[in-house]
Ligand binder design. Sequence first.
Ligand SMILES: NC(=O)c1ccc[n+]([C@@H]2O[C@H](COP(=O)([O-])OP(=O)(O)OC[C@H]3O[C@@H](n4cnc5c(N)ncnc54)[C@H](OP(=O)(O)O)[C@@H]3O)[C@@H](O)[C@H]2O)c1
Length: 252
Amino acid sequence: MTSRPTAVITGASSGIGEATAKRLAEAGYRVVITARRESRLAELAADLGTAGHEVVPHAFDITDPAAVDAFAAGLDRCDVLINNAGGAIGMETVAEANPADWRTMFESNVIGTLQMTQALLPKLIDSGNGTVLVVSSTAGHGTYEGGGGYVAAKHGSHALAQTLRLEIVGEPVRVIEIAPGMVHTDEFALTRFRGDAAKAAKVYEGVDEPLTADDIAQTIVWTVTRPAHVNVDLLVIRPRAQASNYKVHRRR
Ligand SMILES: NC(=O)c1ccc[n+]([C@@H]2O[C@H](COP(=O)([O-])OP(=O)(O)OC[C@H]3O[C@@H](n4cnc5c(N)ncnc54)[C@H](OP(=O)(O)O)[C@@H]3O)[C@@H](O)[C@H]2O)c1
């Protein structure tokens, strides 16, 4: 067994998860990086390894229960679980949305988080000072037109985190929820608009300094590295130019 505290990060092949893996590695954690794209994980593992960090890549789909269980069974220890994998698909109204897209969003943002948390909770408890962190969204705290399926899924992630904290109080595991607003990552909006780069670019058009993946990574690392008895329940973080899900200042 490694002597280093171990952080498992889902969705580490891009964006917030990748940035968080880098920051946690710099903070002294052995990082176990997971996502579906094996090649992206291999690249990140090589970069972090070259920089002298301990990193273990594991490619699997968090919506596949057998894959999640096999992953957890093969892990010697887990001190921190960062449930970050997920995202949005589409901007259709409730009247017009495809239920298959809602299912996909619910599967990755909620069921994937549930399965990872269930599978690793025994190891987090055994660590003596475990942390479960859920990356929800401001979409988990308010709705907007066209956001229906993503909003519903992120309200699910929020409910999971808040419920888990109530249920495991007394165990040596804290539960943290980070709810970001607008973060300019390479793939989030591209995935949402099914690969349409022009539509994806419009999301950030004229916005002065949307948050970056590293802004969220640094925030995550700050919460995770507080003393073990300090539980940051919920942290909502937006760029200065975004006052709410609705109110975004754009340069003309
Ligand atoms: N960007 C924003 O404005 C924003 C705001 C608030 C919250 N968030 C949330 O922050 C998280 C990260 O977002 P991001 O902006 O970094 O987007 P991103 O770059 O698209 O990252 C999503 C990550 O999730 C992984 N993933 C998706 N489905 C998966 C599955 N079924 N199994 C395993 N891995 C899966 C993807 O990797 P693979 O494709 O390789 O599997 C990818 O690494 C998401 O939960 C998102 O909803 C983002």
